[in-house]
Write a protein of this length. Structure first.
Length: 465
């Protein structure tokens, strides 16, 4: 199949993150001629450097944590150690399996995979610098951009002279860091910090803001910080990194600016987890007239269409919350609109997310802070996990459940669950929100005893106590 001007494609998809993994197959099954351009590995961030590998490693870390707690449950074990090479190989096997499965599905549905780096040469034309040499010109009336994001390098003096790991390279270590310094107190930084602490490393988190997880309510941030401190992690907040340098013995020294003056932290490894930037430079969107914002993210409307008709963007490259499930919803919207001719939209969609620290933090809808800033009259239900029977039985009592309720309608505006399986419990509340159930339906529901979810009865009943 040729992609040149004499035989153009119906659709070109650039990138294979979560949405771009599925859309080409659906289009091909509908009879479209589809080209899929990928410059790196099939599957994008989620499969190769995001969800699949990190959560595989988080599972190993949790087992190490539970093994060290075994005596509390009357189970005797020997000394616990972690073989990072085995952890890494298990992670690699998961990634390769997912990647190969996707490649076979593309071949089965006759999607033309073009391996190389794409750049726009016009509104509906791209040139691909092929991985094995040469270039190839492609054209189509519909183009979908799904190039994702990559870790943001730290704007730190000396960062070019010392090894600085990011969320991708840190997973390739085959030996345990003696002392890992983590720059960033967001979702990614906290997951890696707790993971490596449980593997056996000393860990220090450096956060420029006064709190961790700054998007969340203060009580969530405070409890998460307390949990990490209990796990033996050092948390330094309100500290701006200024410079990093190597010490004489090959370690790294980080200089921080704080309210109390300059401070220094020394460690064996430095991980930068300070955010992500869009993969749009090589794409040259300006050559097609595609608008981007001041950070390089592609601007789209509620139908995911860019400033150029027929050119769409999905997933992280368009900015906003960087969640795999949001990219998957983008795919559903584009599939509906491109194949069924409908007008599915991103408007008013409820976006849940989970931070895979342990215990998990799951959130959906409005936080208490957001609701009050929106001048809503709200009622807040809150329940410590220590009041949940299942949590007591399993010895997993850290955290709490919290729900924000509209005072007039009784509708659930949002929820936060910091607890074991917090993401799963949050999802139950999300379903209630989707069904527009009042909070009383959750208070009066029959949940199986003794599940963590049974705590939802008590949580929502506190509003009428």
């Amino acid at each position: 199949m040729s992609g040149k001007g004499d035989n153009p494609y119906d659709v070109i998809v650039i990138g294979t993150s979560q949405g771009g993994r599925f859309l080409p197959i659906d289009l091909a099954k509908a009879g479209k001629r589809v080209a899929l351009v990928e410059r790196d590995h099939l599957g994008g961030v989620c499969v190769n450097t995001g969800c699949t590998p990190t959560k595989t490693m988080v599972a190993s870390a949790r087992l190490a944590y539970l093994a060290r707690r075994a005596e509390q449950y009357g189970v005797r074990t020997g000394p616990v150690s972690v073989d990072m090479a085995v952890v890494r190989e298990r992670k690699r096997a998961m990634v390769v399996g997912a990647r190969e499965n996707y490649a076979s599905r593309l071949a089965q549905h006759r999607v033309d995979v073009v391996e190389g780096t794409a750049r726009f040469t016009g509104p509906k034309t791209i040139e691909v610098v092929l991985r094995d040499g040469g270039t190839r010109a492609l054209t189509a009336p519909v183009i979908v951009i799904d190039t994702g994001t990559r870790p943001k390098p730290p704007p730190l003096s000396g960062a070019g002279e010392v090894p600085v790991f990011d969320s991708t390279s840190i997973m390739e270590l085959d030996a345990l860091p003696d002392h890992l310094i983590v720059l960033g107190g967001g979702y990614i930084g906290l997951e890696f910090a707790q993971m490596f602490r449980r593997f056996g490393s000393q860990v220090t988190i450096v956060q420029t803001r006064p709190r961790l997880l700054t998007r969340e309510d203060d009580d969530v941030s405070d409890d998460v910080a307390a949990i990490l401190l209990e796990d033996g992690i050092t948390v330094v907040t309100s500290a701006a990194p200024e410079r990093v340098e190597e010490t004489g013995d090959g370690r790294v020294r980080l200089t921080l600016s704080t309210a109390d003056g300059r401070q220094q932290v020394e460690g064996s490894h430095l991980l930068a987890a300070i955010g992500r930037i869009p993969n749009t430079e090589a794409l040259a969107p300006q050559a097609a007239g595609i608008s981007v914002d001041d950070k390089g993210f592609i601007e789209v409307d509620e139908y995911l269409e860019t400033s150029v008709p027929g050119v769409y963007a999905m997933g992280d490259v368009k900015g906003g919350p960087a969640f795999t499930h949001l990219s998957y919803d983008d795919y559903r919207i584009l599939r509906t609109n491109l194949l069924a001719g409908q007008k599915a939209s991103t408007r008013d969609r409820i976006v849940p997310y989970t931070v895979f620290i342990d215990p998990q933090f799951g959130r959906v809808g409005m936080s208490e802070r957001q609701a009050r800033q929106d001048n809503r009259q709200v009622r807040v239900a809150k329940l410590p996990m220590s009041a949940v029977i299942r949590a007591l039985e399993t010895g997993e009592t850290r955290g709490f459940m919290k729900a924000v309720i509209d005072a007039d309608s009784g509708q659930i505006l949002g929820a936060a669950v910091l607890g074991v399986e917090g993401g799963e419990i949050m999802s139950i509340i999300q379903v209630a929100m989707l069904g527009k159930l009042p909070y009383t339906a959750m208070a009066d529901a029959i949940f199986t005893h003794p599940l963590y979810a049974e705590g939802l009865n008590t949580l929502f009943a506190t509003l009428d106590a």
